[in-house]
Design a binder for this molecule. Sequence first.
Ligand code: SAM
Ligand code: SF4
Ligand code: FES
Length: 330
Amino acid sequence: MLNKAQIIDILKDNSINEELFQKADKIRKEKVGDNVHLRGLIEFSNICKRSCKYCGLRSADKFIDRYRILKDEIVKYAKHAVDMGYKTLVLQSGEDDYYTQERMVDIIKGIKKLDVALTLSIGERSFEDYKAFKDAGADRYLIRIETTDRNLYKKLHPNMSFDNRIRCLKDLGTLGYEVGTGCLVGLPEQSVESLADDILFFKEINADMVGIGPFIPHPHTPLKDAATGSFTMALKVMALTRIMLPDINIPATTAMETLNPNGRIIALQSGANVVMPNVTTTDYRAKYEIYPNKICITENPDKCFNCIGAKIKSIGRNISTTYGFSHNKG
Ligand code: SAM
Ligand code: SF4
Ligand code: FES
């Protein structure tokens, strides 16, 4: 295992990048194999009460066309995805209080009837809510720490608390969820040292999944003039995460492909073993604009499934036919 100083050295040294990516790829192959898990993503509401300074869904944004997808339509997308072959679905949204505990439980039960693993990514909720969602059948929960630099966290998240974010991650672990977290790479004022801390944090909380995405400035946010995060640095943080947590699930994130037309395949060859294609239709895709130039916004679920499936096969990998639970248990 690498210590903080070693992680920092690797992050700073670009002469060994290829070696790093190959090592992460080798560990991925040994520990989680050649199967790629596809998780069908349903972005069901772009309404958010928070104002994270980097995000295009922040409540202060007056330009965005807001939408909410209700239970029957969510279940319709879920059913179509399961019929196509998805074994896991991910329900993601802004922090939208319309989706009370009761409404979420109803949606979760509707989806779980389809015999599919279910991940939630709906932000900070109470222990009681997380418990009710788990009891209703949710299997996994994604909530990125975004950055472990407390000062930076505070600057970027008005009226939010780093400690509450940690509380959420702890509660989810206690309740038996597979816990996913992750960070943004390339945030303004973010240091290489803090990225090393992020990787050590994933290890410390024994995460089951870690999603790493480059920061992409959105023109309607306070960070509109900030520099775009580096694709290579995001890939390095991801590869180091694979080396430090060998048997977890790591997605090749959509944000990586937004910065590089082959970004997800490069990520799959540098430590990643998961892809999360969108399974809603074009009515909603463009409106869930967390950052500009998101991929696949004019596509449909079938096209994305076939497209990513062909790309995965072209690099000699297979599409998993299992639920893809984390190997990092016990
Ligand atoms: N609201 C939930 C939450 O924040 O956990 C889930 C939805 S949120 C849109 C999902 C992720 O989008 C966040 O964890 C954040 O890392 C990412 N994100 C937001 N704005 C971004 C940006 N400008 N560039 C890259 N990723 C971004
Ligand atoms: Fe809302 Fe999540 Fe965007 Fe923050 S990152 S503004 S909580 S959707
Ligand atoms: Fe959507 Fe390729 S994954 S078109």
